[in-house]
Design a protein around this ligand. Structure first.
Ligand code: GRF
Length: 208
């Protein structure tokens, strides 16, 4: 059974989708910790009700990002996780941390990457005028939302949409895609070849 840990800064609805999928037996893993940079995150309440250990590394208590990340790294290492899931973790992980966990960090992003990386992806999509958007689960590399793509799903952008209505539509897909990617990881069905990722048993044509 794989050990997974989740990093979240806020509401934690994606984290909840992961908790539910583990409970239902569709992700063969144990969630060994929730790590949050924000002591007010609702994700913490979700972890406590699910009996998942909580580790708070309160960003506001540090004077530099390096000091914060040194403690964050210590906590992450102590968890001995096979996979770290960034589920609404609202900071960019420093290169030092990314290098410590090659192939073991994934993130969920509310747009079809490589479009609309960074913050406010849904607002960027509306303002750009795209007709479809969606979500992406990807490996984390040293860039911002640039790592190899594991799962994507698209939704329409409708004429009357605002940031909120589009976010809601995308979120539903996030809650399907993130557990799906984690499940594939935990079942050792993910193959990476350069930028191209295939999921054994899901993709009919894996990359050469
Ligand atoms: C999601 O839209 C996720 O894609 C983005 O931040 C949001 C977090 O939502 N990175 P939640 O905390 O999982 O509810």
């Amino acid at each position: 059974m794989k050990r997974i840990a989740v990093l979240a800064s806020g509401r934690g609805s994606n984290f909840q989708a992961v908790i539910d999928a583990i409970r239902q037996g569709s992700i063969p893993a144990e969630c060994v910790g929730l790590v949050s940079d924000n002591p007010g995150a609702y994700a913490i309440t979700r972890a406590r009700s699910a009996g998942i250990p909580v580790f708070i590394v309160d960003y506001s208590r540090y004077s530099t990002k390096d000091e914060y990340e040194a403690d964050l790294l210590r906590v992450m290492k102590s968890l001995h996780a096979d996979l770290f899931v960034l589920a609404g973790y609202m900071r960019i992980l420093g290169a030092g941390i990314v290098r410590e966990f090659p192939g073991k960090l994934i993130n969920i992003h509310p747009a079809l990457l490589p479009s609309f990386a960074g913050l406010h992806a849904q607002r960027q999509a509306i303002e750009y005028g795209v007709r479809v958007s969606g979500c992406t689960v990807h490996f984390v590399d040293e860039g911002v939302d640039t790592g190899p793509i594991i799962v994507q799903s698209c939704v329409p952008v409708l004429p009357g949409d605002d940031e909120e209505s589009l976010s809601e539509r995308i979120l539903k897909e996030e809650h399907r895609c993130l557990p799906r990617a984690i499940r594939a990881f935990c079942e050792d069905r993910i193959r990476v070849s350069g930028r191209r990722v295939s999921i054994v048993g899901e993709d009919s044509a894996p990359p050469a």
